[in-house]
Design a protein around this ligand. Structure first.
Ligand code: ADP
Ligand code: MG
Ligand code: MG
Length: 202
């Protein structure tokens, strides 16, 4: 089983649909502990991604990831644009010229993406950010090669942000008032990983 560019396009197309359909929910989460735009930011960024993919279908996983990363960085004003953008740019570097990615290579791409987010944002697990969902999920994927386990870990990581005080991003300005709310970025990271789990390798 391997992920050719067509499978990875399914991933990104699903993400665009999910961010559109969860736009209000993600904005509401962000309104509670940020500025209320997380859903709008991602919906706008991924709509632009879809436009560019239709105009210029990529031929390799690396060129797909690069297009997604560059587009998110250039169209999303919020913190999440450069962060998710770095994730895809770094993943693309690992994909190289390969036509398809086996499970282990895909896991290495995601791990490199995670490192890229952390290099930029300096957040660690427990800081109440997207890292709280991504880190345990990607660790599970690397160690157990099981997408179902990975998405379960992402959900647990998101839920675990609820009682936390935020140490990074806008929510960190709220101090204890952030307690009781799930982090919007951890929530969007769950949607992103669910879509990857739904993409069919061939
Ligand atoms: P903004 O805060 O600029 O409006 P968004 O609302 O789109 O950007 O994204 C907010 C999300 O970004 C947060 O919920 C959090 O998950 C994530 N985030 C913010 N800062 C960081 C960081 N330094 N590292 C990792 N993730 C971060
Ligand atoms: Mg915001
Ligand atoms: Mg904003």
């Amino acid at each position: 089983m391997a992920y050719a560019v067509a499978s990875l396009m399914q991933w990104i197309t699903c993400a665009e649909e999910q961010f559109q359909s969860h736009l209000a929910e993600l904005n509401a989460l962000d309104a509670a502990i940020g500025d209320g735009d997380h859903g709008s930011n991602l919906a706008r960024g991924f709509a632009k991604v879809r436009e560019k993919l239709q105009a210029n279908p990529p031929e390799t996983p690396a060129s797909l990831f690069k297009l997604v990363g560059m587009t998110l960085i250039s169209t999303v004003g919020g913190a999440s644009g450069p962060l998710y953008g770095s994730f895809f740019l770094e993943a693309g570097k690992i994909a190289g010229e390969q036509k398809e990615l086996d499970n282990a290579t895909l896991a290495r791409c995601l791990q490199a993406g995670l490192v890229g987010i952390q290099r930029l944002g300096k957040a660690e697990a427990g800081d109440k950010t997207m890292i709280d969902a991504l880190e345990p999920a990607i660790r599970a994927l690397t160690n157990e090669a099981d997408m179902g386990v990975a998405t379960q870990k992402a959900r647990e990581g998101r839920d675990a942000t609820i009682p936390l005080i935020a140490r990074k991003g806008r929510a960190s300005y709220l101090g204890e008032r952030a307690i009781g709310h799930a982090d919007p970025g951890a929530t969007s990271a769950c949607l992103l990983l669910n879509c990857l789990a739904g993409a069919c390798p061939t």
